[in-house]
Write a protein that binds this ligand. Sequence first.
Ligand SMILES: O=P(O)(O)OC[C@H]1O[C@H](OP(=O)(O)OP(=O)(O)O)[C@H](O)[C@@H]1O
Ligand SMILES: O=c1cc[nH]c(=O)[nH]1
Ligand SMILES: [Mg+2]
Length: 216
Amino acid sequence: MAPQLRVFVPPHPLVKHWLGVARDVNTPSALFRTAMTELGRWLTYEAAREWLPTFDTQVETPLAPCPATFVNPEVPMMIIPILRAGLALMEGAQSVLPLASVYHVGYVRNEETLEASCYLNKLPSSLSPETRVLISEPMLATGGTMMTAMADLVERGIQPGNVRIVAIVAAPVALKKLAEAYPELTIYTAMIDEGLNENGYIVPGLGDAGDRTFGT
Ligand SMILES: O=P(O)(O)OC[C@H]1O[C@H](OP(=O)(O)OP(=O)(O)O)[C@H](O)[C@@H]1O
Ligand SMILES: O=c1cc[nH]c(=O)[nH]1
Ligand SMILES: [Mg+2]
């Protein structure tokens, strides 16, 4: 069967709570950052389920031998925060995946054309195809930023089937674009919103995630 984009919206009260905090226009920047970090933590927790590679072994408890399962540190795992807004989300992701390497990439949308351009790329020139990649990117709006980031990853050897995107809010147009180009992808998001306004902002969304995270 042909792969189909999988989008999960975990029905978790903490995800709902922190999404409400992030959406509220009256939330100050410090609390908005906390909301981003918490959403990164819980969405990554959900994304890691049945995805994080493990190995089975045995340990000695103080009383008896006992089977045990550990996260396998030999399978390469990376977190890619998309600057700027992906940084606070990444902090939560990192608390769940402390062994993951972090590679920063920065893309910015042109406010008129809405096209994304890259201003920072710390990715190595090639990556092992079995690398598991978690991308932290709060907003999937037109999808242009994520399409560019995915192209940069695939060019370096990453398989889309090994990528999970953690996003706070996703617009249908971005999901459609990603589904057509990378149907093997898996996305974890707190909500799929209605659409975009004439300036390319997600409605109801949460405004400019980067500006609200950093108080700019
Ligand atoms: O799906 P798209 O239409 O491409 O929009 C999503 C991107 O737009 C925002 O970044 P922005 O360019 O505002 O940069 P910032 O995070 O530094 O604020 C947001 O953080 C995403 O990266
Ligand atoms: O709603 C949106 C769309 C793109 N980028 C944001 O920060 N917010
Ligand atoms: Mg911005």
